[in-house]
Design a protein around this ligand. Sequence first.
Ligand code: ADE
Length: 261
Amino acid sequence: MRIDIFTLFPGMFEGPLTESMMKRAQEMGAFSLHLHNIRDYTTDTHNTADEPPYGGGGGMIMKPEPVIAAIEDVLPAERDFPVILLSPQGRVLTQAVAQELAQAERLAMVCGHYEGVDERVRQLVINDEISIGDYVLTGGELAAMVIVDAVVRLLPAVLGDPDAPAKDSHATGLLEHPHYTRPPEFRGLAVPDVLISGHRAKIEKWRREESLRRTWRRRPDLLLTAELSKEDSLFLFTLAEEDIERKRAEMDARIAGSDVG
Ligand code: ADE
């Protein structure tokens, strides 16, 4: 996969994309990263990349000419691959979006900065717009790095275990179960017996139930779209019953406490 990133701050990419898995993935040829400084495409003596907005209001807007010039210089005229603007107004990045992008042979990303980019950039060269969450960053660079990381780890050449992404949190529609490694006991906390038992079927059952429990407690919204078996639904009912029981006990304790008071 080839990834082109258009940014006013190419230095920000040092580190996150030059260490660890991203470094190895580039060394093994799974993807190549090409950073392009938008400021190199300015034409005035001050290298102006931004201007105040027409109509007033605060902040600065990225000018269209340097962004468009950079894209037209680097990308082919026929852009039949995602050319993504990073912005808080885009569709929200999910594991499904990362999977979709990982199918492409090529990606381009444009990092917005300041208050945003001139709307004509969207109209002329952008064919996808992605946000990494409902919060506002100072620019699209960190968002671009998040997307590169989430996408690159899914590339076939990068995956150690080809089944691994299918087990990721979110890929199954559920959060992952807890993990343990040696030692079997640490500061009084023991690894659950079932994991040490070596009994495959029981381990799988435990993992599925813990995955459901974690999702139920932390992200119940995910259960609305997750694929659930009849056993899963029955287990979720027992969790719901446990919660009701706990609430009832809490309320009883509170009532008993106020009686005493
Ligand atoms: N730029 C500023 N905030 C952003 C966000 N949440 N996602 C992507 N790009 C952004």
